[in-house]
Design a protein around this ligand. Structure first.
Ligand code: ADP
Ligand code: MG
Length: 318
């Protein structure tokens, strides 16, 4: 049986690229680039709450880091360091190897060092912390939206929630549509490059983890404004398009979480610049509405009628 220390050495002690001192001491040591602020965030994933018990460990390793990278993307920060607090029921070597493969493949893609963590036995729970850098005073924040701003989203949304609906038995997806939606749920691609490009361009940003309405609602609340969104403008994938009229899919698009796209606001004068960024980031960027005086997020249908959307998004305590 692996000891805790063998486990850490074997699976989680990897060479670092930009860290003074990583795994092995009581604390890691980091040196910040002068002129930058430290951006830090953490996200916990609990079995049965954030992931299905039978999800591939490789995907879980990917996703645990991806959701954290997404938070730094939404700040316009460059991720550099991560910490992993892992609670697992037993030292299952096949599981650990697969989990570490998914985690480190994404870490390598984003040039992020794993610099420490904690390991304990118990019900499966994965807590990842991420740290990165952003030039002083330049972070994208939730509180910068201004009345008149355009509201944009990256990529397309709804696929991950459609996959969840399928896994819960509420929606039936098949073949390539199912594969597409499951990949979007289990292996999200954090929009780090886009976030960095939006520094100095966007007035506010958030990543869509709890659903478009809920997350845009956070921007509105922090910025003391409202938002008016046209449902017809909200981009969904070509794969999901044939189902776009179904009530459950409308809900997935507007209130479904787990897509990890970015939602951001910017003044109208920036439109052509943002369209050019879309090419640079290799990612569709779509204008879905605007920031208005008032509060809350209103969605209108193609006839201009307000759509009533129950259940604004995912909330653990409601
Ligand atoms: P402490 O007794 O100070 O809590 P630990 O014995 O838990 O230290 O951990 C020893 C070293 O291994 C520390 O540097 C810690 O950051 C690192 N570490 C522990 N678990 C993990 C993990 N799952 N991934 C990466 N590093 C880890
Ligand atoms: Mg410890």
């Amino acid at each position: 049986m692996l000891s805790e220390f063998d486990l850490i050495t074997r699976y989680f002690n990897r060479p670092t690229r930009h860290t003074v001192l990583g795994v092995g001491d009581d604390a890691a040591l980091l040196a910040l680039t002068p002129g930058h602020e430290l951006a830090a965030s953490t996200d916990t994933m609990v079995e049965g709450v954030h992931f299905f018990p039978d999800v591939e460990p490789d995907s879980l390793g990917h996703k645990a880091l991806a959701v954290n990278l997404s938070d730094l993307a939404a700040m316009g920060a460059t991720p550099k360091w991560t910490m992993l607090a892992l609670t697992i029921p037993k030292a299952d070597e096949t599981w650990l190897e697969d989990f570490a493969r998914g985690f480190f493949a994404l870490a390598a893609e984003h040039d992020v060092d794993l610099i420490g963590g904690d390991t304990a036995r118990g019900p499966r729970n994965i807590c990842v912390q991420i740290m990165g850098e952003v030039p002083h005073g330049r972070a994208l924040r939730r509180d910068g939206a201004k009345v008149g701003d355009d509201v944009w989203v990256s990529g397309h949304i709804g696929d991950a929630a459609a996959a969840v609906a399928h896994l819960k038995g509420d929606l039936r997806l098949r073949g390539s549509l199912l594969a597409h939606c499951l990949a979007r749920l289990n292996r999200p691609a954090p929009r780090v490059a886009l976030g960095r490009l939006l520094v100095g361009v966007a007035n506010s940003a958030i990543d869509i983890s709890d659903g478009l309405i809920a997350d845009l609602g956070h921007i509105c609340e922090r910025s003391a404004v409202g938002a008016a969104i046209e449902f017809a403008a909200v981009p969904c994938s070509a794969e999901l398009m044939p189902l776009r009229g179904q009530a459950l899919v409308i809900r997935a698009i507007l209130t479904g979480g787990d897509d990890y796209e970015l939602c951001f606001t910017a003044v109208a004068e920036r439109r052509s610049e943002i369209e050019a960024l879309s090419g640079q980031a290799g990612l569709a960027l779509t204008r879905i509405g605007s920031i208005v005086a008032g509060e809350g997020v209103e969605v209108v249908d193609p006839a201009g009628k307000p759509m009533s959307v129950k259940d604004g998004g995912f909330d653990h305590f409601r």
